[in-house]
Design a binder for this molecule. Structure first.
Ligand code: TXA
Ligand code: MG
Length: 378
């Protein structure tokens, strides 16, 4: 396994930020690190620059962009009546700067290309020092989707951005590995009741603790809503997402009370479910398989490599630490894809805390799900 540790950040001098800011002011796009995933930034007030983002990513034209700000003054400047709705006061106080995106009525300064014609604009105040410094050096709000080719897993390393967009964009700022590794939570606080449109870095459990957000709705596992499926306003409902080249199979833990931890027969379950499936695929002529593991302690798995039976394992961390799984998830999908496996099995986790965002991304990445009644999870 290459690069198991986060890359060391390069020293980021003002000179680099100035260079990036000059490109952005000139209407170009720049790859930038954030605390969630890498973003592909452009001047949010420039419709031609926004079009460059859609082109570089090959992004569907009806999927709106998040605008990034580095101050509340900058936020007000792009809002209807230059006013922050009161319902957001406590959310902003508690979770900004950070991995939380909020929907606001926009001012006419925000071009249609950013919101895809909708009256609401999604805004985030990132906490990553480089992102903030880049926004304030440029002096402009920056539109930025994740810096992957549309449909691919989001990038959590600068090298992932290179893999997808090299030759299509003039500059990528390398800030090392993203600390959350999964995108921001998107909240529409102006609906009644408020809704989490996309689970992410700030958890449902955290948001509903905030004054005014007690009734916040979130769509969990068996969410299906035809209207939502049609609506491009709802993050990630419409398009194929997070998909590497290989087929992704989600392995869901369905163990009930009778098969809980501590059972003395903890020997089959997930392993046999995956092993059985691998045997079947081998008969179809498939030879290489990847497994994103959440069932082992990473320390025990540090020597993951191609094993004799054609299986490569990549540890995502323990299922009891969903924040670790979130950080490694996209890197793991991209790593196994680079190993040209035919099929990637991912061990699912529970939907608590960061686990909700992890499972949301996995359900979008997976083309099918198999169940396991394993008791072998740690
Ligand atoms: O963490 C993040 O949010 C990262 C970093 C770069 O900030 N950005 C990101 O952008 O994930 P993107 O484009 O990959 O996802 C943004 C999601 C989209 O699914 C989009 O549908 C939703 O936010 N969105 C953007 N503007 C919206 C709007 N006006 N109304 C509803 N949803 C919106
Ligand atoms: Mg994205």
């Amino acid at each position: 396994l290459e690069n198991p540790k986060p890359e060391v950040s390069h020293p980021h001098t003002q000179r680099i930020l100035d260079q990036a800011a000059a490109l952005l002011k000139d209407g170009q796009v720049v790859g930038m690190p954030t605390e969630t995933v890498y973003g592909l930034a452009s001047n949010a007030l420039d419709s031609v620059a926004a079009q460059r983002i859609f082109k570089a990513k090959n992004r569907p034209q009806d999927n709106p962009l998040i605008v990034h700000v580095s101050s509340l003054q900058m936020l007000r400047s792009i809002l209807k009546d230059n006013t922050i709705p009161e319902v957001y006061t406590d959310l902003i106080r508690t979770y900004w700067p950070g991995p939380l995106t909020l929907l606001f009525p926009r001012s006419s300064l925000i071009p249609n290309e950013i919101t895809c014609g909708q009256p609401m604009v999604a805004v985030r105040f990132p906490s990553h020092p480089i992102t903030r410094a880049l926004i304030s050096t440029t002096g402009l709000p920056l539109a930025a989707p994740s810096a992957n080719s549309s449909g691919k897993p989001s990038p959590t390393l600068a090298s992932h951005v290179m893999d997808d967009l090299q030759g299509k964009i003039p500059m990528i700022i390398d800030g090392g590995q993203c600390s959350f590794g999964i995108e921001s939570t998107v909240v529409d606080g102006l609906r009644v009741p408020p809704a989490i449109l996309r689970p992410g870095g700030v958890t449902y459990e955290q948001i509903r603790q905030v004054k005014g957000m007690e009734t916040v709705q979130v769509y969990k596992k068996h969410f299906t809503d035809a209207a939502m499926e049609q609506a491009p306003t709802t993050p990630g409902m419409k398009y194929r997402h997070y998909s590497p080249e290989a087929e992704v199979v989600l392995v869901e833990y369905v163990g009930g009370a009778g098969s809980g931890a501590g059972s003395s027969q903890a020997t089959t379950g997930q392993y046999s479910a995956i092993t059985k499936e691998i045997d079947r695929l081998k008969q179809e002529g498939k030879t290489r398989f990847g497994i994103l593991r959440t069932s082992f302690d990473s320390a025990l798995q540090s020597n993951s490599s191609l094993q004799a039976d054609g299986v490569i394992e990549f540890p995502l961390g323990q299922r009891s630490k969903p924040e670790d799984v979130a950080r490694e998830l996209f890197r793991g999908l991209r790593f196994l894809d680079s190993q040209h496996v035919d099929c990637i099995f991912v061990e699912g986790i529970s939907e608590d805390d960061e686990g909700l965002a992890v499972m949301n991304r996995l359900r979008k990445a997976a083309s099918r799900t198999i169940s396991s009644d394993t008791t072998e999870f740690l």
